[in-house]
Design a protein around this ligand. Structure first.
Ligand code: ADP
Length: 398
């Protein structure tokens, strides 16, 4: 079964074409349209066997971008399809499904309206995701479109964990509550860990640590809590996002720094986190290099990150009533043995014992890094959100 996975941003569109019968080498082609609606747009396309193509073409909107993607997939020169009808379905990443969607769905008019109803909750993401959906509907009539939500996996979180202690009416009026994000990734890596442990009832803490980071508590395959909140700003410090802060800081800064709502929003989302604390960069690699050169603020930003991740792991051990496995994933989680070591260094009391040789060794797709005697298994599992979207889409199609 061939599934096209689309992740549309406001000026970009990423795609991967999967042939799920060819797992584990299921990617037939992938690519990225950049600068949609901006001068100088281009399409980078790569076939599954590594041939790369660059197409410079005007992309005034997502509809044109999707047409160019289809042209690339069908191209006589480097195409991977002989006809568009070979595509069985298209899976779209949609960031916010609100309370309406606890699983993936085939897109119809009602679903589209529900995604639009969530625009206020994800003003930067959902409208862009919708542009991708509508462009594919136009360019591929008759082919099923499926929405896979970042929030859906966390809809099992109980109300004691998703409610904020604000006046209850605000939950009813504005749907102010925790939703959580990165659900596709937390689901993918926790399923993999459950398979590796051969234990469908395992209590797992998944740490998706990338540019955006979130940690989730998963009990028998169900998310019961997660660090991001109503928006992806909450939780551990991130590349440019501040994560959890005292909410009173918002009103304090607006008064004493004379900041508008938009300025505070930008300060917390774009100028904080690794970047804000270190003054160096939002990128973990740059921070590690600067810290190695003796930059104290870069070192501080990394220590704050590890400390906060540790605190969440401790908190979620309490929420789960124990923990069987801790999973690290995404850019930082998969690639920074020193930070993994730091995060777990105070958690020996839980019976966690890292195997340093494995931790610092070559990391496979799903790598155990704890010792044989460790009471808690620690894994590094490479996330693959696109594959998970393709699998969810295929499950709805068949
Ligand atoms: P996104 O949230 O954008 O998908 P990623 O999961 O790609 O982000 O993670 C990006 C982060 O991972 C960046 O901070 C980057 O520095 C970090 N990262 C990626 N590779 C490495 C590496 N080899 N060593 C340290 N950090 C890395």
């Amino acid at each position: 079964m061939k599934i096209l996975v689309v992740n549309a941003g406001s000026s970009s569109l990423k795609y991967q074409l999967f042939d799920l019968e060819r797992l584990p080498r299921a990617v037939v082609a992938s690519g990225l349209c950049e600068r949609i609606g901006i001068d100088g747009s281009n399409l980078k396309h790569e076939t599954g066997d590594g041939r790369e193509y660059n197409v410079e073409a005007e992309m005034p909107d997502h509809t044109v971008a999707v047409k160019l993607v289809i042209d690339a997939l069908l191209s006589a020169e480097h195409g991977v399809l002989s006809s568009l009808s070979e595509v069985d379905a298209v899976g779209h990443r949609v960031v916010h499904g609100g309370e309406k969607f606890a699983s993936s769905v085939i897109i119809d008019e009602e679903v589209k309206q529900a995604i639009k109803d969530c625009y206020p909750l994800a003003p930067l993401h959902n409208p862009a995701n919708m542009m991708g959906i509508e462009a594919c509907e136009k360019a591929m009539p008759g082919i099923s479109q499926v929405a896979v939500f970042d929030t859906a996996f966390h809809q099992t979180i109980p109300n004691k964990a998703y409610m904020y202690a604000l006046p209850y009416e605000l939950y009813k009026k504005h749907a102010v509550r925790r939703y959580g994000f990165h659900g596709t990734s937390h689901a993918f890596v926790s399923e993999k860990a459950m398979q590796l442990m051969d234990n469908p009832n395992a209590k797992i803490i998944t740490c998706h640590l990338g540019n955006g980071s979130s940690i989730a508590a998963i009990d028998a395959g169900k998310s019961i809590d997660t660090s991001m909140g109503m928006t992806p700003l909450a939780g551990v410090p991130m590349g440019t996002r501040c994560g959890d802060i005292d909410p009173a800081i918002v009103t304090y800064l607006s008064e004493h720094e004379n900041l508008t709502r938009a300025e505070i929003d930008s300060l917390m989302n774009k100028q904080s986190g690794f970047f804000g604390v270190s003054g160096v960069s939002s990128d973990c690699r740059d921070l590690q290099a600067a810290a190695d050169d003796g930059n104290e603020r870069a070192e501080l930003a990394l220590r704050m990150f590890c400390y906060n991740c540790s605190k969440y792991i401790g908190a979620y051990t309490a929420a789960l009533g124990g923990v069987d496995a801790i999973v690290f994933t995404a850019g930082i989680g998969e690639n920074t043995p020193r930070l993994r070591e730091d995060m777990l260094s105070k958690l020996g009391y839980l019976g966690i014992e890292l195997d340093q040789e494995l931790n610092y060794g070559k990391i496979g797709d799903a790598q155990l890094i704890s010792t044989e005697n460790s009471k808690v298994k620690v894994y590094v599992i490479r996330t693959n959100e696109e594959l998970k979207i393709a699998q969810e889409t295929a499950a709805l199609k068949s």
